[in-house]
Design a protein around this ligand. Structure first.
Ligand code: CP
Length: 309
């Protein structure tokens, strides 16, 4: 792997390799057989986030440090971006300064691909940590890792993705990855929060959440992305919670084996109630834990060279 920009760049073997490596790393580190690996000694990982983040940025930083890499977080507020420096000049500056890997989050769809094209001659690897409404590949991979732990192989499993699909890069990456791994995906959303091209996606589309829940193996709730909605949204927040929020009553409609996922940050009382978020079915904290091991696996395969392959 040269970069990780999109799930579309992975085949089944690539995806399983990353998931299997993450599982191995989790076993090794949680078993405390070792506390820190030497794998990235001498390598420099730089995170550049043009949008807010807690989980993704911190877990990439921990992942790099647990593999003995040097991790530098560029604070956009304190960087020369505030003086008007372009993304291209920022990227070339980081490469010249000695970065081996740049992890980028940006509000523009396609920003990570552009950055990778500018850095192609430099040997610097690029990881897309979320670009606009386009993709968030490491989120989908950690979600698949979490689902595999609960359900085993995902081929033939049916997964509901519920809520604001229109603005969700998490939904797009998950649709790609889950269908690549052989799962069926059903999107559940109001018509106003579905993209116009959804008819060409390899998914079933439904609008009535209650009628879907009894027939799925897992449910993935999406955050309502108010920051991407200019001038409010329809249905209203209250109607959204009534029709699409995962509450205690809806939790009880799920089959017993079905876990609940949410990428975070959660809007409690909107897309998910506290009863559902804190229930035994909820995988929210496990998703965060898996995020560290999955991101370690990504850095390992990008930076540890042929030995890693
Ligand atoms: N899921 C996710 O991307 O969370 P952050 O925005 O906190 O990184």
């Amino acid at each position: 792997m040269r970069h990780l920009l999109s799930i579309a760049d992975l085949d089944v073997a690539d995806a399983n390799m990353l998931l299997d490596t993450a599982d191995e790393l989790k076993k090794t580190l949680l078993g405390r057989q070792v506390r820190k690996l030497p794998t990235l000694r001498g390598r420099t990982v730089v995170t550049v986030f043009y949008e807010n983040s807690t989980r993704t940025r911190v877990s990439f930083e921990i992942a790099g440090k647990w593999m003995s890499g040097d991790v530098i977080n560029v604070s956009i507020g304190g960087s020369s971006v505030g003086k008007g420096e372009s993304l291209r000049d920022t990227a070339l500056t980081l490469a010249s300064a000695g970065a081996d890997c740049v992890i980028v989050r940006h509000p523009a769809s396609g920003a990570a691909h552009r950055l990778a094209s500018w850095l192609d001659q430099t040997g610097v690897a690029v990881v897309n940590a979320g670009d606009g409404t386009h993709e968030h590949p490491t989120q989908a991979l950690l979600d698949a890792q979490t689902l595999r732990e609960r359900l085993g192989e995902l081929a033939g499993r049916r997964v509901a993705i519920v809520g604001d699909v229109l603005h969700s890069r998490v939904a797009r990456s998950n649709v790609r990855l889950l269908t690549l791994l052989g799962a069926e995906v059903v999107l559940v959303a109001p018509p106003t929060l579905l993209p116009t091209g959804v008819g060409s996606w390899p998914v079933e589309v439904r609008h009535d959440l209650d009628s879907v829940l009894g027939g799925v193996d897992a449910v993935m709730m999406l955050r309502v992305q108010a920051e991407r909605m200019h001038g409010g949204f329809f249905p209203s927040a209250r109607e959204y919670a009534v029709h699409y929020g995962l509450n205690k009553r809806r939790l009880d409609l799920l089959p017993e084996h079905a876990p609940v996922l949410h990428p975070g940050p959660m809007l409690r009382g909107m897309e998910i109630s506290s009863a559902a978020a804190d229930s035994e079915r909820s995988q929210v904290t496990e998703q965060v834990r898996n995020g560290v091991h999955l991101r370690m696996a990504v850095l390992y395969h990008l930076l540890a060279g042929e030995e890693a392959e």
